[in-house]
Write a protein that binds this ligand. Sequence first.
Ligand code: HEC
Ligand code: HEC
Ligand code: HEC
Ligand code: HEC
Length: 382
Amino acid sequence: MPGKNKLPRHAARLLLGAFLASADSVFAQDVGAPAGLVFGTTACSSCHGKADERSRQYIVWSQHDAHSRAYATLTTARAARMAEALKIASPLADARCTSCHAPVQTVAPALLAPTARIVEGVACASCHGVTGDWLRSHTRPDFTHEDRVASGMRELRDPYHRANACVACHQITEPALVAVGRHPALLFELDGQTRSAPRHWREAAGYDGAQAWYVGQAVALREMSAAMQDGRIDAAPETPRWQALLWLVQRTGLDYDSPQLAGLPLTATPSTLATATAFSDRVAQRAAKTWAPAQTKALLAKLAATHPEFSAADVPQPAQACRADRLVLALDRLLAAQPAAERPAAASARLDELFRLVQSQQDFVPVKFARTLAAFARDLGP
Ligand code: HEC
Ligand code: HEC
Ligand code: HEC
Ligand code: HEC
């Protein structure tokens, strides 16, 4: 009977990207919700799988969303090669792959509703929550969004909670997956990834791309810091990526009352990682509550003005490449968040050039990037 069989917190975490999701202290409000059985999409499609604009969520997901193909990806020849390199017997039956691509595989059978199916990949439950309690009550006409969230449906409207939902599968990978398995390196960026996913919802009126970008970066920093701190991922190979992210958040100069983060040295020690975990979470929560769209233009100029740092001889090339990777995505989202009339065409063209320069980490030439970034800064105008 749904709702009676409580899903242990451990299993709830597994469903959300597992051993990857952050420490309880950080994530408690998201995974500590009342829990029931894990359900499949047929529990939703009767009402959310119709042809009309308001009820076609299942159609959008099943026909257009990469998440519905996440299990199928594990059946490809490419996945088989990755598994072989990593000495994984079957990617379809190993949590090192299924925790993100087919989370149902990682849940004990006793906790699965009859509708739950591994082949559905990343389905409704992975993002909307795994409780049976809200499922029955959420259709009540007298229920508000807040009532639904209180009964266990996951909050996804505000950028902080949405970022928490996505980041579990979109930032942290064991370094071997990329180095040995040649898995795509994961880099979480909330605004761009929200826009490139085929949307099955109407975005709330207050959505601001620059805010979503910033909150997403702070949440990504929290996740990386926490994972390195508690040893879920090997800190040494991740350090350049972590440093680049902290560098970028610091260069925004938006400290949301957190001088601790602004002044933190870029060295990954237990103490700096603990500080980064705690304060990036705080900054993300605050920025999700208050954001002034007017600051976006200045922020863009400030980040473009980092160009001299890419000619600095004391930062090694791999570190520069990681910084540039994050920075270009930032410029892209901040430029897109500007009103069209304030987006100089020359800057958009220059951004394409910057994207080309960061395509390969190995071939990245910092001084060339510095020159193009300086030109981008000029293109932005006064
Ligand atoms: C019996 C029909 C029915 C079923 C089954 C159903 N829903 Fe709904 N759902 C509704 C109705 C009605 C609403 C309210 C629509 C509105 O307010 O526009 C809704 C609203 C929602 C919302 C928006 C809530 C908010 O406040 O933001 C989400 C998300 C949602 N459903 C997800 C699901 C998921 C996931 C499933 C499957 C586990 C599911 N629903 C199953 C009828 C259903
Ligand atoms: C349970 C894990 C999980 C969660 C939670 C999750 N994703 Fe994904 N996502 C995946 C996997 C796995 C893929 C790759 C699918 C494939 O092609 O096999 C993917 C692919 C994508 C893609 C297409 C590839 C790309 O990176 O451009 C986008 C966009 C995306 N996700 C956005 C989001 C957003 C936005 C959220 C939060 C609202 C989210 N995801 C939550 C696991 C997840
Ligand atoms: C931390 C979550 C996570 C884990 C663990 C994970 N993946 Fe992925 N995988 C993703 C996401 C997210 C994407 C989409 C990335 C993108 O497009 O940038 C993806 C993409 C892929 C792709 C490329 C799909 C395409 O169409 O380009 C393959 C193949 C793949 N994963 C296989 C695997 C295999 C095999 C394993 C286990 C060895 C695995 N993944 C483990 C999250 C994960
Ligand atoms: C990758 C994450 C993800 C997956 C998978 C997912 N959703 Fe959503 N869904 C979202 C986000 C993000 C929103 C926007 C939430 C908001 O603004 O309140 C949303 C909104 C909704 C809404 C509200 C629609 C509206 O216009 O406000 C419904 C209903 C819904 N989803 C149903 C489903 C169903 C049914 C499935 C499975 C077939 C599903 N979702 C799978 C992330 C996801």
